[in-house]
Design a protein around this ligand. Structure first.
Ligand SMILES: O=C(O)[C@H]1CSC(c2nc3ccc(N4CCCCCC4)cc3s2)=N1
Length: 436
């Protein structure tokens, strides 16, 4: 019975063909042609990376990974704080179809061992900051073949930096005009394994396919649920890249050709200075930072005339905080998104302009949601709280090597149980109430 099942609208653009790696390759190749087009800016050092730099390095690194012997059956890990190099191994792996697992750069050795035990990566791309811990972990895990330090050119302690790895493994006669990403079945090929405790405490590996990611790429370009595609639009993000929220928003921004100003650590004054100086049009926050800005005394000292939207996600945002921040930044609306690691990215998003204070938004295109009465399993109508369920092509493939945990959260019809209590109003706007 379709009664009380809410469906998202048709996508603005039809879903493009190809793997997420082919779509990323096509986008970067396009933006690389715009001379001087900046992709990333380090908000702390002001250093820039151009789209043409990213395009060149990712093609050479992909060729190097192929020559190193990695393929669609391989997994690499990324363990790094937000920096300008983070997405280079990630994008190169997407071109080839190598699965990427991203681990929290603040994790202890024990937590890293647990995560790596699930995914068994053969190469770890780490930063100078995480190298010591990663080296200790490597000595305990025989399946880790090598480490590459992404924000160090020549590497150290016998391990390659990004440039030395490329010069060591890339074809000596490499011709970027001849480089092409691999083609493979995007529905089955796992692009990422992200970690989530789901509805129980133990961390599990969430398998995100290339198809899941292609749907995110489509939604982020949707004028209603994402952003307009205007290359060079300045965006400021402080969201950790190693989590789904930061990973799949930032990859989406790169497919749009935006200029992404990044921070690895939040500092209020620097954040506000960056908003002003780079004429930022959209910025992504988490509720704790929204609360900080609701109480901040610094906002009046800056000019935010270019700022069109503040977007929040990663946890529920209270109506009060949202309204205070909206007024303090003199914005027409603050947008929200709700997602789970198990749904790749946001599956409920406040549509551009029609924002209901306190609502986390409407169902995104090509997805469905229902609210279920936990006492009898009946599907509920508007304004009746129950457990949120979702269906659609951003729902994860499943938990890595864990069939029982997968079938405990995704039923035979493909409905994913969120573990969150919510209701929707007559217009299909959703309100999150509580965690089950
Ligand atoms: O809460 C979580 O576990 C994580 C898993 S992925 C996730 C979210 N991803 C996204 C991706 C995008 C957004 N947006 C905020 C709403 C405005 C337009 C889209 C950006 C919000 C969220 S919340 N939240």
């Amino acid at each position: 019975d379709h009664e009380n099942i809410l469906f998202g609208p048709k996508p603005f653009y039809p879903i493009a063909d190809g793997t997420a790696g082919e779509q990323m390759y096509d986008a970067l190749k396009e933006y690389a042609k715009i001379a001087g087009c900046i992709a990333l800016t380090d908000g702390h050092t002001k250093e820039n990376v151009l789209y043409e730099d990213i395009f060149k390095v990712t093609c050479r690194l992909a060729n190097s990974l192929r020559n190193y012997g990695l393929n669609t059956n391989s997994t690499i890990a990324i363990c790094s704080e937000n920096n300008l190099q983070f997405f280079l191994p990630v994008i190169s792996a997407l071109y080839i179809g190598i699965t990427v697992t991203s681990v929290n750069d603040k994790y202890t050795e024990r937590e890293l061992l647990h995560n790596f035990d699930i995914t068994k990566p053969s190469v770890i791309f780490c930063s100078v900051q995480t190298f010591k811990r990663i080296l200790k972990v490597k000595t305990k895990l025989k399946y880790i073949k090598t480490i590459v330090i992404i924000n160090h050119n020549n590497g150290f302690q016998g391990y390659h930096g990004l440039n030395s790895f490329i010069s060591n493994y890339c074809d000596s006669d490499f011709d970027i005009k001849k480089f092409r990403p691999n083609s493979f079945d995007r529905s089955n090929q796992i692009a990422f394994v992200m970690y989530s405790s789901g509805t129980t405490g133990l961390a599990k590996g969430v398998m995100i396919s290339h198809k899941n990611l292609v749907l995110r790429f489509s939604i982020c370009k949707d004028p209603t649920f994402g952003n307009q595609i205007n290359p060079t639009t300045p965006i400021l993000t402080v969201i950790p890249f190693q989590h789904s929220f930061g990973m799949f928003t930032t990859l989406g921004y790169l497919t749009c050709g935006f200029r992404i100003i990044i921070m690895h650590t939040f500092e209020e004054k620097l954040f506000l200075q960056l908003l002003q100086d780079y004429k930022v049009e959209s910025t992504l926050l988490v509720p704790t930072l929204m609360s900080l800005f609701a109480k901040s005394s610094l906002i009046e000292n800056y000019d935010f005339s270019h700022l069109k939207e503040i977007a929040s996600g990663g946890a529920p945002l209270s109506k009060e905080i949202s309204e205070i921040v909206r007024k303090r930044f003199t914005l027409d609306f603050v947008r929200q998104g709700y997602g789970l690691t198990e749904t790749t990215s946001a599956i409920l998003i406040t549509p551009d302009t029609d924002v209901r204070a306190g609502s986390t938004g409407k169902v995104v295109p090509l997805h469905a949601a229902k609210v279920v009465d936990i006492s009898n399993g009946r599907i509920l109508g508007p304004n009746q709280p129950g457990e949120l369920y979702f269906k659609g092509d951003m729902i994860m493939k499943g938990y890595c090597n864990n069939v029982e945990a997968t079938s405990a959260i995704i039923d035979k019809d493909g409905w994913l149980r969120s573990g969150d209590i919510a209701y929707y109003d007559e217009d299909g706007d959703f309100y999150i109430i509580d965690r089950l």
